[in-house]
Design a protein around this ligand. Sequence first.
Ligand code: S3P
Length: 471
Amino acid sequence: MPNLIINPAGPLRGSVTVPGDKSISHRALLLGALAEGDTLVRGWLPAEDCQATLRCVRGLGVSVDVVDNALDKPGFSEKPGLSSASALSATLLVHGVGMAGLREPADVLDCGGSGTTMRLLAGILAGQPFTSVMTGNEALRRRPMARIAEPLRRMGATILGRDGGRLAPLTIRGGGLAGIDYSLPVASAQVKSAILLAGLFADGETIVREPGPARDHTERMLRAFGVEIEVDVAPAPASVGPYATIRLTGGQRLAATLDADGRAVIDVPADISSAAFPLVAGAIVPGSEIALRGVGVNPTRTGLLDLLAEMGCALDAHQPCAMDEPIADIAVRHSRLRGVSAGGNVIVRAIDEFPIFAVAATQAEGTTVIRDAGELRVKESDRIAAVAAELTRMGAQIEERPDGLMIHGPTPLTAAVVDSHRDHRLAMALAVAGLVARGETVVQNAEAIDDSFPGFVEMMGALGAEIAWRE
Ligand code: S3P
């Protein structure tokens, strides 16, 4: 299994564009498939997780052309005095089949390791008058599915699965749905999206009430496809408690807004969850100065930026333009960080960033506390236990708590042989930790990085990191 070898780095410098947003890439395919007519998706992320959605959408009879795939021609270019890396991305042409156009799949739909694929697709399949079966890899088959199965059953779908319908493989017999009024038990965008997507096929109104600011890419993109969707955000959002109410009525058709050339185009911004790794590397490796271009800064995703700013990190986000999804260029400089306390809504807004945030906290003066983050236990790995175990191996002072972590810093890290737990975000966080550790760090089973960030190693190398693959 491929290992990553990391040696402590000198200053990291340069300007990079990380690959496209994973959440938005999934949604562009799914909504493009349900739309009438063709949708061009530019900057689509060709990572393993999104390839799973592509496979499933094709399995449902939707034809998708890959018109340009930058993976075929590695896009790294060197400028004198400044390394510059362009993202690995693809352009897709999705031939939408309309709301009634999906076909019963001839085989099991394989979601790989992608929770977003399985949960969002479940919402769509719940609306189809046929039977489909979804499975995934071992890790995905351990992740909780009752959170989507329960509301979708209430809407009228039949969902069977292992462990009383709580675990994949899932068999879904859809059709005949009625809208529901549902309060999410956890602030999960995947669950919210599954219900809203099923709501498109349901009779009457579907209402989703969310307890915190779960990412709202589905709502924004539905609007871009012409769906009438109403979102009421609580006037003074408490740090925890009722946040937003989303309403849509079933039976609407999807047709993308056309650009000046009469084309339906979705431009996927760079993924802030991928930008998080060079960003924190820039903040903790002495002398570094990094710029990240075109990063999606949807306010439901920018919790890490807020936390880093509170830690004293020198960050500058210049917002060049705002589309359906706002984007910004972000500059970061090596900074003296101080520990902070993270809980409440910022947890939801930074939910995928805690492995790398924990690495930043090991280098911050004082204690960092992460609480209200029990959801981290049901991600690609148990990220509370895994982050604590692996960073402890590198000498971090880190304590596991039921709903988070307590990290004491600053700690000089020492190189170690650590394991990714087959979790892409853990693998990349440990690689960044290796940049400030004494000696040679080995991250085992690091190939999981391809689930979200193809080209991570090359991009970090272009910035000046000493990082390489070894079988
Ligand atoms: C995602 C939502 C989040 C996030 C995941 C992607 C999405 O999961 O952790 O990586 O695209 O909707 P939850 O909705 O389960 O919190």
